[in-house]
Design a protein around this ligand. Structure first.
Ligand SMILES: C[S@@+](CC[C@H](N)C(=O)[O-])C[C@H]1O[C@@H](n2cnc3c(N)ncnc32)[C@H](O)[C@@H]1O
Length: 255
Protein backbone atom coordinates (compact mmCIF):
# COMPACT_ATOMS: atom_id res chain seq x y z
CA UNK A 1 0.00 0.00 0.00
CA UNK A 2 1.38 3.40 -0.95
CA UNK A 3 1.29 5.99 1.80
CA UNK A 4 1.01 9.72 2.30
CA UNK A 5 3.77 11.10 4.52
CA UNK A 6 3.10 14.35 6.34
CA UNK A 7 6.72 15.31 6.84
CA UNK A 8 7.60 17.99 9.40
CA UNK A 9 9.74 20.21 7.17
CA UNK A 10 10.80 22.78 9.78
CA UNK A 11 10.45 26.54 9.45
CA UNK A 12 11.87 26.65 5.92
CA UNK A 13 15.60 25.86 5.95
CA UNK A 14 16.00 22.33 4.50
CA UNK A 15 18.96 21.78 6.85
CA UNK A 16 16.34 21.42 9.60
CA UNK A 17 14.69 18.44 7.91
CA UNK A 18 15.19 15.28 9.99
CA UNK A 19 17.07 12.29 8.59
CA UNK A 20 13.82 10.30 8.68
CA UNK A 21 12.00 13.07 6.81
CA UNK A 22 14.73 13.25 4.17
CA UNK A 23 14.73 9.48 3.66
CA UNK A 24 10.96 9.27 3.25
CA UNK A 25 10.83 12.36 1.03
CA UNK A 26 13.46 10.80 -1.26
CA UNK A 27 11.16 7.78 -1.76
CA UNK A 28 8.09 9.82 -2.77
CA UNK A 29 7.19 10.41 -6.41
CA UNK A 30 4.86 13.31 -5.70
CA UNK A 31 5.15 16.12 -3.18
CA UNK A 32 2.69 18.76 -2.02
CA UNK A 33 4.80 21.75 -0.99
CA UNK A 34 3.26 24.96 0.36
CA UNK A 35 5.01 28.17 -0.65
CA UNK A 36 7.94 28.86 -0.10
CA UNK A 37 8.92 25.19 0.40
CA UNK A 38 8.73 24.44 -3.32
CA UNK A 39 11.61 26.93 -3.64
CA UNK A 40 13.67 26.31 -0.48
CA UNK A 41 13.42 22.52 -0.90
CA UNK A 42 13.98 22.60 -4.68
CA UNK A 43 17.06 20.36 -4.55
CA UNK A 44 15.00 17.67 -2.71
CA UNK A 45 12.19 17.90 -5.26
CA UNK A 46 14.05 17.37 -8.53
CA UNK A 47 12.36 14.81 -10.76
CA UNK A 48 9.22 14.67 -8.62
CA UNK A 49 5.69 15.88 -9.32
CA UNK A 50 5.35 19.01 -7.18
CA UNK A 51 1.98 20.60 -6.39
CA UNK A 52 0.81 23.40 -4.12
CA UNK A 53 -1.75 21.98 -1.63
CA UNK A 54 -3.69 25.21 -1.16
CA UNK A 55 -4.47 25.37 -4.88
CA UNK A 56 -7.13 22.66 -4.28
CA UNK A 57 -10.43 22.49 -2.44
CA UNK A 58 -10.56 19.59 0.01
CA UNK A 59 -12.35 16.97 -2.09
CA UNK A 60 -10.32 17.90 -5.17
CA UNK A 61 -7.19 17.44 -3.10
CA UNK A 62 -8.29 14.01 -1.86
CA UNK A 63 -9.06 13.02 -5.46
CA UNK A 64 -5.66 14.22 -6.63
CA UNK A 65 -3.92 12.37 -3.79
CA UNK A 66 -5.84 9.24 -4.84
CA UNK A 67 -4.50 9.55 -8.39
CA UNK A 68 -0.94 10.06 -7.17
CA UNK A 69 -1.15 7.18 -4.66
CA UNK A 70 -1.98 4.80 -7.50
CA UNK A 71 1.59 5.18 -8.76
CA UNK A 72 3.68 5.77 -5.62
CA UNK A 73 4.15 7.32 -2.21
CA UNK A 74 3.15 10.94 -1.70
CA UNK A 75 4.64 13.54 0.66
CA UNK A 76 3.31 16.73 2.17
CA UNK A 77 5.92 19.16 3.41
CA UNK A 78 4.37 20.39 6.65
CA UNK A 79 5.63 23.80 7.80
CA UNK A 80 7.23 23.24 11.20
CA UNK A 81 5.37 20.04 11.91
CA UNK A 82 1.89 18.86 12.73
CA UNK A 83 2.10 19.61 16.47
CA UNK A 84 0.70 23.15 16.46
CA UNK A 85 -1.39 25.17 14.02
CA UNK A 86 -1.21 22.75 11.17
CA UNK A 87 -3.99 22.80 8.55
CA UNK A 88 -3.45 19.16 7.56
CA UNK A 89 -5.42 17.32 10.29
CA UNK A 90 -8.52 16.83 8.12
CA UNK A 91 -6.38 15.15 5.46
CA UNK A 92 -4.65 12.92 7.98
CA UNK A 93 -8.05 11.89 9.34
CA UNK A 94 -9.56 11.29 5.89
CA UNK A 95 -6.59 9.17 4.77
CA UNK A 96 -6.65 6.98 7.89
CA UNK A 97 -4.11 4.15 7.69
CA UNK A 98 -2.65 5.56 4.50
CA UNK A 99 -1.38 8.64 6.37
CA UNK A 100 1.86 8.71 8.38
CA UNK A 101 3.03 11.75 10.33
CA UNK A 102 6.74 12.49 10.65
CA UNK A 103 7.88 14.92 13.37
CA UNK A 104 9.98 17.95 12.54
CA UNK A 105 11.48 21.11 13.96
CA UNK A 106 8.68 23.49 14.94
CA UNK A 107 9.01 27.24 14.66
CA UNK A 108 9.15 27.44 18.46
CA UNK A 109 12.20 25.15 18.48
CA UNK A 110 13.95 27.14 15.77
CA UNK A 111 13.23 30.43 17.58
CA UNK A 112 14.56 29.11 20.88
CA UNK A 113 17.76 27.98 19.18
CA UNK A 114 18.20 31.24 17.28
CA UNK A 115 17.78 33.22 20.52
CA UNK A 116 19.92 30.75 22.46
CA UNK A 117 17.26 30.75 25.17
CA UNK A 118 15.29 28.01 26.85
CA UNK A 119 11.70 29.17 27.08
CA UNK A 120 11.18 28.21 30.68
CA UNK A 121 13.64 28.93 33.42
CA UNK A 122 13.25 28.05 37.11
CA UNK A 123 12.71 31.19 39.14
CA UNK A 124 11.96 33.30 36.03
CA UNK A 125 9.28 31.53 34.05
CA UNK A 126 7.20 28.60 35.26
CA UNK A 127 4.99 28.10 32.19
CA UNK A 128 4.99 28.69 28.46
CA UNK A 129 1.77 29.20 26.52
CA UNK A 130 1.41 28.64 22.80
CA UNK A 131 -1.43 30.68 21.38
CA UNK A 132 -2.75 32.80 18.54
CA UNK A 133 -5.20 35.73 18.68
CA UNK A 134 -6.53 34.42 15.36
CA UNK A 135 -7.75 31.18 16.93
CA UNK A 136 -8.72 32.72 20.28
CA UNK A 137 -11.39 34.44 18.20
CA UNK A 138 -12.77 37.94 18.37
CA UNK A 139 -16.40 37.30 19.32
CA UNK A 140 -17.97 38.61 22.49
CA UNK A 141 -16.59 36.77 25.50
CA UNK A 142 -13.64 35.34 23.53
CA UNK A 143 -10.52 35.12 25.71
CA UNK A 144 -7.84 37.69 25.01
CA UNK A 145 -4.08 37.65 25.19
CA UNK A 146 -4.48 39.98 28.18
CA UNK A 147 -5.91 37.02 30.08
CA UNK A 148 -3.07 34.67 29.12
CA UNK A 149 -0.20 37.08 29.71
CA UNK A 150 1.05 37.19 33.30
CA UNK A 151 4.34 37.41 35.17
CA UNK A 152 6.07 34.02 34.96
CA UNK A 153 4.57 33.20 31.53
CA UNK A 154 6.46 32.93 28.27
CA UNK A 155 4.03 33.50 25.43
CA UNK A 156 4.59 32.17 21.92
CA UNK A 157 2.15 33.95 19.64
CA UNK A 158 1.57 32.43 16.21
CA UNK A 159 -0.33 34.05 13.32
CA UNK A 160 -0.77 37.37 15.08
CA UNK A 161 -3.57 39.43 13.53
CA UNK A 162 -3.56 42.35 15.96
CA UNK A 163 -1.87 45.62 15.04
CA UNK A 164 1.40 45.76 16.99
CA UNK A 165 0.35 48.71 19.24
CA UNK A 166 -2.84 46.83 20.20
CA UNK A 167 -0.92 43.60 20.78
CA UNK A 168 1.51 45.45 23.05
CA UNK A 169 -1.37 47.13 24.92
CA UNK A 170 -3.02 43.79 25.69
CA UNK A 171 0.26 42.22 26.75
CA UNK A 172 1.17 45.14 29.02
CA UNK A 173 -2.21 44.84 30.76
CA UNK A 174 -1.61 41.13 31.33
CA UNK A 175 2.00 41.32 32.43
CA UNK A 176 1.36 44.45 34.49
CA UNK A 177 4.56 46.07 33.25
CA UNK A 178 7.35 46.01 30.73
CA UNK A 179 8.79 42.65 29.58
CA UNK A 180 11.10 41.55 26.75
CA UNK A 181 9.54 40.73 23.36
CA UNK A 182 11.04 39.36 20.14
CA UNK A 183 9.61 39.35 16.63
CA UNK A 184 11.13 36.32 14.87
CA UNK A 185 10.49 36.94 11.18
CA UNK A 186 11.11 34.38 8.41
CA UNK A 187 13.20 32.07 10.60
CA UNK A 188 15.42 29.87 8.49
CA UNK A 189 14.40 31.67 5.30
CA UNK A 190 15.95 34.39 3.16
CA UNK A 191 15.17 37.73 4.81
CA UNK A 192 15.30 36.33 8.36
CA UNK A 193 15.12 39.07 11.00
CA UNK A 194 15.06 39.04 14.79
CA UNK A 195 13.72 42.25 16.24
CA UNK A 196 14.51 42.26 19.95
CA UNK A 197 12.89 44.78 22.22
CA UNK A 198 10.45 45.20 25.04
CA UNK A 199 6.78 46.06 25.27
CA UNK A 200 7.86 49.68 25.71
CA UNK A 201 10.07 50.03 22.64
CA UNK A 202 9.14 47.33 20.10
CA UNK A 203 6.71 49.50 18.13
CA UNK A 204 9.45 52.10 17.55
CA UNK A 205 11.97 49.38 16.64
CA UNK A 206 9.86 48.08 13.75
CA UNK A 207 9.96 51.51 12.09
CA UNK A 208 6.35 51.09 11.00
CA UNK A 209 7.06 47.94 9.00
CA UNK A 210 4.13 45.51 8.79
CA UNK A 211 5.56 42.22 10.07
CA UNK A 212 2.11 40.60 10.18
CA UNK A 213 0.76 41.26 6.67
CA UNK A 214 -2.10 43.22 8.22
CA UNK A 215 -2.06 45.74 5.40
CA UNK A 216 -2.02 43.03 2.74
CA UNK A 217 -5.17 42.37 0.67
CA UNK A 218 -4.68 38.61 1.23
CA UNK A 219 -5.58 37.17 4.63
CA UNK A 220 -2.43 35.08 4.70
CA UNK A 221 -0.60 35.09 8.04
CA UNK A 222 2.95 36.40 7.90
CA UNK A 223 5.89 34.21 8.81
CA UNK A 224 6.45 36.00 12.11
CA UNK A 225 6.46 34.41 15.55
CA UNK A 226 6.12 36.68 18.59
CA UNK A 227 7.85 35.62 21.79
CA UNK A 228 7.24 37.46 25.04
CA UNK A 229 8.50 37.02 28.59
CA UNK A 230 11.32 37.54 31.05
CA UNK A 231 13.11 34.36 30.00
CA UNK A 232 14.11 35.99 26.68
CA UNK A 233 16.63 38.20 28.46
CA UNK A 234 17.31 36.26 31.66
CA UNK A 235 20.64 34.59 32.36
CA UNK A 236 21.37 32.02 35.04
CA UNK A 237 24.39 30.92 37.01
CA UNK A 238 25.24 27.32 37.92
CA UNK A 239 23.34 27.19 41.23
CA UNK A 240 20.42 25.18 39.79
CA UNK A 241 22.84 22.81 38.11
CA UNK A 242 24.61 22.16 41.40
CA UNK A 243 21.30 21.78 43.23
CA UNK A 244 20.28 19.05 40.78
CA UNK A 245 23.72 17.47 40.96
CA UNK A 246 23.47 17.27 44.72
CA UNK A 247 19.85 16.25 45.11
CA UNK A 248 19.21 14.12 42.02
CA UNK A 249 22.39 12.85 40.45
CA UNK A 250 24.87 12.40 43.30
CA UNK A 251 25.70 8.75 43.90
CA UNK A 252 24.00 7.70 47.13
CA UNK A 253 24.41 4.81 49.40
CA UNK A 254 21.07 3.07 48.66
CA UNK A 255 21.44 0.80 51.71
C1 LIG B 1 -0.08 27.85 10.26
S1 LIG B 1 1.15 28.21 11.44
C2 LIG B 1 2.26 26.89 11.19
C3 LIG B 1 3.07 26.51 12.42
C4 LIG B 1 3.86 25.26 12.21
N1 LIG B 1 3.01 24.09 12.21
C5 LIG B 1 4.98 25.07 13.24
O1 LIG B 1 4.99 24.07 13.91
O2 LIG B 1 5.87 25.90 13.33
C6 LIG B 1 1.93 29.57 10.67
C7 LIG B 1 2.54 30.49 11.72
O3 LIG B 1 3.71 29.90 12.24
C8 LIG B 1 4.72 30.88 12.41
N2 LIG B 1 5.80 30.57 11.45
C9 LIG B 1 5.81 29.57 10.55
N3 LIG B 1 6.99 29.56 9.87
C10 LIG B 1 7.72 30.59 10.37
C11 LIG B 1 9.02 31.08 10.09
N4 LIG B 1 9.80 30.53 9.15
N5 LIG B 1 9.46 32.16 10.80
C12 LIG B 1 8.68 32.72 11.75
N6 LIG B 1 7.44 32.28 12.06
C13 LIG B 1 6.96 31.23 11.38
C14 LIG B 1 4.08 32.23 12.11
O4 LIG B 1 3.53 32.75 13.31
C15 LIG B 1 2.99 31.83 11.13
O5 LIG B 1 1.95 32.79 11.11
Amino acid sequence: MHRVYFIGAGPGDPELLTLQGARLLAGCRAVFAPTPYEVTFASFLEGKTVEIPFAFYFQELLDRIGELLAVGDVAFLVPGDLTFYSPFQALVDALGDRAAVIPGVGTANAASARLKKTLDLPGVCNRAIITSPRTLGDGEGAPTLRELAAPGVTLLIYMNNLPLPELVRQLRDGYGGNVPLVLAHRLGLPGEELIRGTLDDIVGKTGGRDYFNLGSPTRRPALTLVLVGETLEATVDGAWWDFRRKHIWEERDEG
